[in-house]
Design a binder for this molecule. Structure first.
Ligand code: DHB
Length: 308
């Protein structure tokens, strides 16, 4: 039995897309709605439509991917229109917001609030790919300010999408900030490992055009960093739910994220490469692992990682 609950909402499985993958336009959103994913999230939106960065802007790597999409999206109203038509009985919908300024974020969340849809806000504080824009969640004062402003402007619980952190002192400091905001009900860990670089040996060039080849790293490369961030915030933020993201391409990877404390597990690079049918395989592999281990339900092992 793979069914579970997230913030009181029933899910048929603890699996969904990572924002940015298979969720930019209505045809993709409908494919996710029809898929075996237990929930889904829209592409991070800005106030207005954007073309994003010049192509090529995504490249497959040996153990994952590099991308610098640059927030190509249809503008927040397009995703609000989807959210007003989404079948919430079928599966929960998350609404990802990545406004370019604090004012844009405040305008967008006010519109979401007025739309009265049951969509759950995932505030993206970790896009690494817009030239000249720093990642908010790496500036702890800016993080505090945006959480204060969104908390007072938005009347409902919401979540934040964080970048990976690599230092215990940073886990402590970010968790302290998040714990001061009761409306922050969930934390999605992690966005891509920002500004990596990979090189084509034969031509001696970078692989993607934007930012001289620098881009966010996803896939198998990031799994240990993702698990560390999921578990670090699970331990430090006991009143909040964690959504795991990073390096998931098998049922084992899903199981590890759940064990580390995730309530739902997102799939990015592997979904991009394989399409929404991947959820059929991930569910079968997770069910197989649970059966071999003698677990009948997710809650029997979720967050129960052992230490030595
Ligand atoms: C993009 C990449 C991200 O990692 C993100 O969080 C938002 C947007 C992008 O390049 O489109």
């Amino acid at each position: 039995d793979l069914s579970t609950f997230f913030l009181g909402r029933p899910l048929t499985a603890p699996l969904m897309n990572a924002s940015g993958v298979w969720c930019n336009v209505n045809s993709q959103l409908h494919a996710l709605a029809e898929s075996e994913a237990g929930a889904m999230v829209t592409k991070s939106c800005t106030l207005l439509r954007r073309d994003g960065n010049p192509e090529p802007r995504y490249h497959t790597l040996t153990m994952g991917s590099i991308n610098s999409m640059g927030l190509p999206n249809e503008g927040h109203q397009y995703y609000l229109d989807y959210a007003e038509r989404h079948d919430y009985e079928n599966k929960p919908l998350f609404f990802s917001v990545a406004g370019l300024t604090l004012d844009d974020n405040l305008t967008i969340v006010a519109q979401i609030q007025d739309a009265y849809t049951p969509a759950l806000l995932e505030l993206n504080l970790s896009c690494p790919n817009v030239p000249g824009k720093a990642q908010i969640a790496y500036d702890f004062d800016a993080l505090d300010v945006i959480l204060a402003e969104i908390s007072s402007a938005y009347s409902r619980p919401f979540g934040v999408k964080l970048p990976p952190y690599f230092d215990i002192a940073h886990f402590d400091e970010v968790a302290d900030i998040l714990n001061r905001y009761e409306k922050v009900n969930f934390i999605t860990c992690i966005n891509s490992i920002g500004n990596g670089l990979m090189i084509d040996m034969e031509s001696e060039t970078v692989l993607i055009k934007p930012k001289q080849g620098f881009g966010g790293i996803g896939g198998e490369y990031v799994l240990p960093t993702a698990l560390a961030n999921v578990n670090a915030f699970h331990q430090r933020c006991p009143k909040k739910s964690i959504i795991g993201c990073g390096g998931v391409n098998t049922g084992e990877h899903v199981f590890m994220h759940l064990l580390a404390g995730a309530s739902i597990v997102q799939v990015g690079t592997a979904l991009y490469e394989q399409g929404p049918d991947i959820f059929v395989r991930l569910k079968a592999e997770l069910a197989q692992i649970m059966q071999e281990k003698g677990y009948k339900t997710i809650r029997e092992f979720q967050g129960k990682l052992k230490t030595l």
